[in-house]
Design a protein around this ligand. Sequence first.
Ligand SMILES: C[S@@+](CC[C@H](N)C(=O)[O-])C[C@H]1O[C@@H](n2cnc3c(N)ncnc32)[C@H](O)[C@@H]1O
Ligand SMILES: O=C(O)c1cccnc1
Length: 334
Amino acid sequence: MERSQMDNSPTSAIMELANLISVSMSLTAVVKLKVPDTIWQNGSNNPLSAAEILSAAAAGPGGDAENLQRILRLLTSYGVFNQHIGEDGSETRYSLTEVGKALAADENGLSYAPYILQHHQDAMMLAWPLVHEAVLDPSSEPFVKVHGERPYSYYGKNPEMNLLMQKAMSGASVPFMKAFLDGYDGFQGVETLVDVGGSSGDCLRMIMTKYQRIEHVGGDMLKSIPPGDAIFMKWLLLSSTDEECAQVLKNCCDVLPWGGKLIVCEPLMPNSTDNSPTCRALLQEDIFLMTMYRTKGKHRTAMEFRELGLAAGFPNFKADFRIDDFFTVLEFQK
Ligand SMILES: C[S@@+](CC[C@H](N)C(=O)[O-])C[C@H]1O[C@@H](n2cnc3c(N)ncnc32)[C@H](O)[C@@H]1O
Ligand SMILES: O=C(O)c1cccnc1
């Protein structure tokens, strides 16, 4: 049998699916062991062997290089590391791919590493065995079934988790915001901007670096939205039900002046399902949301957003500004 036919065999496919957790937990392990920062070394990205990584990573004395190499080998297959096979019996070494580089801290100490840790911390992991409960009883989230409260109130009682959440959001959002602000001029002329659900405030800070005349105010979206001539909301509606989104959009519409804009950055669900990495990433986060944050929160299609906007009083809707393959800018205009 040809290799490609073998790769498509149902046995391999089901075995891969059955053990996919090995990939995310290995990713978590390399972050905990500080492997990406150890290889990256301020941009050198020199290939290192597992033994070299262990001795440089300050992971404590000892450590099993063969086991680390097994983890690196798996993640090589998933595009996180490049594998450099040693010649003449010398050790195999690993460097970071473009994907792996996202896990190494940049000059501001930001990366996707806290996002990986946040998603695999014990409190989240305990909810995963209950995904089926979101089907049987959607009245509460699997996370709530385990912990008795929603993630944000749980984080609020635990400063370490709260900080991790903020670092996770900053690590993912700052690179996005750089690209967004380079290409998007929709904040031109805005004087008062409301950032709803702003986490550590990084997104707003970055907007204000470019648009220095903007003043900002904060708020709780479900109660009321403070007035401004534009409202910004990023990565927020996905953890709300349709009813909550309707309420939030209406609250926004009520306080915006005629012609005022609600600028939303959200992942946009494609109309059809395929096996591309983008589609898979969107579908996976959709299940994460269902399990942790809101059983009826979800990624929505452009059409679903347009309808929610129309019902809330926004006659104009645009979803044609895509910064990367994950987030799209949606403009609701009054
Ligand atoms: C996924 S994070 C996104 C953070 C930030 N906008 C970004 O993109 O980096 C969602 C944020 O919304 C906040 N949030 C959740 N429910 C909220 C509510 N009812 N009103 C205001 N903010 C809320 C959370 O505290 C958290 O900071
Ligand atoms: O990563 C998270 O915890 C997350 C992502 C999107 C929305 N709410 C939370």
